[in-house]
Design a protein around this ligand. Sequence first.
Ligand SMILES: Cc1cc2nc3c(=O)[nH]c(=O)nc-3n(C[C@H](O)[C@H](O)[C@H](O)COP(=O)(O)OP(=O)(O)OC[C@H]3O[C@@H](n4cnc5c(N)ncnc54)[C@H](O)[C@@H]3O)c2cc1C
Length: 385
Amino acid sequence: MFGLTEEQRQLQSAVRAFAEGEIAPHVSEWDEKSEFPHEVVKKLGEMGLLGVIFPESLGGAGMGYVEYVLAIEELSRVDGSVGIIVAAHNSLCTNHIMLGGTDEQRKRWIPKLASGEWLGAWGLTEPGSGSDAGGARTTAVKKGDTWVLNGSKTFITNGSHANCAVVLAVTDKTKGASGGISAFVVEKGTKGFRPGRKENKLGLRASDTSELIFEDCEIPAENLIGKEGDGFKDAMRVLDGGRISIAALSLGIARGALDAAMKYAQERRQFGKAISEFQAIQFKLADMATQWDAAQLLTMRAAQMKDEGKKVTLESAMAKLYASEAACRICDEGVQIHGGYGFIKDYPAEKFYRDVRLCPIGEGTSEIQRMVIARELLGSKPSRG
Ligand SMILES: Cc1cc2nc3c(=O)[nH]c(=O)nc-3n(C[C@H](O)[C@H](O)[C@H](O)COP(=O)(O)OP(=O)(O)OC[C@H]3O[C@@H](n4cnc5c(N)ncnc54)[C@H](O)[C@@H]3O)c2cc1C
């Protein structure tokens, strides 16, 4: 287990107590109804968890990625939906403004987002461009003191509840992704901007995944984040950190599955003994726990390096790839250890199994992580993020 400071342990205990007290009793109902946990999100803001990685001078909690991983993991251990809501808000939306924005833009938006007064979303994916994010077709055209956006984004976490979204759009199609795509903050209520279809999902059902639609949506010139043409480059930097949060989401869901399997294996009796006394079940638990620890070490290495200000493209891709795939295996075995009870909704195993499936897909699929890792190893020219 990765060594934690006393403060980090306290944070971990506080988030665990909150998750078990305020989230656990509602998880099944929210999942069943696909209900967004508004009250919990409000309380997470009050606890500082919507601004974990942002400086106190901007209203954040002033903590680092190690603390951020602990918080996402503890929330996701109880409900991955809450984990992904917090992750998209912190390390995608708010962090894009932090990384790419001017001081004035940081002061304008980050205090509202970090305090939880506002919820944020981040829109990169489009119906025709997922892994090939540089193939975006949403456009932003300069018109006097404004930019006019047209197009749509798909699969956007927090999309229909967010008070603002950071949106990537093509500003110069002659330049390609690097140089031709820019990022903008679009606030809720702006004419021509609306959430579209809300997806009906396999897992993480209490989180909101929606389309964002832009129809002659006119926003002030000062909503362009940083410099024109820097959007794609900044988005790739944002994803370096974002991937650590998906590794943390994977760790949390897998921990929940492992804890549930350990408990069940010691309670369930067959052939006159607890099933945990069978070597076949013991070996499953041993493999699950070993993979979990390996995933945690990779994730914490990336988080620690990020806190030291180092480049983490390789380490965050490795952490995301390994943690998400290990978490899928762990949740699968969790169902198996529960036998038939793993297939029904009275036990948590089936929900972990459904929720975890997003982890090797979101913020770059496993296939894309392998491309990023190979590119970093071989030093070849990037073709995409
Ligand atoms: C619940 C959920 C939440 C999400 N939240 C957000 C969000 O907040 N913001 C946002 O912008 N996006 C979000 N996404 C989108 C997510 O990041 C994309 O779904 C993901 O990047 C994959 O893109 P795609 O779905 O278009 O798949 P595709 O890119 O079409 O990929 C399909 C398959 O082809 C493979 N593939 C593609 N290209 C290659 C290649 N070159 N070599 C080998 N294999 C390849 C992929 O790995 C995959 O297996 C979310 C998605 C979901 C499901």
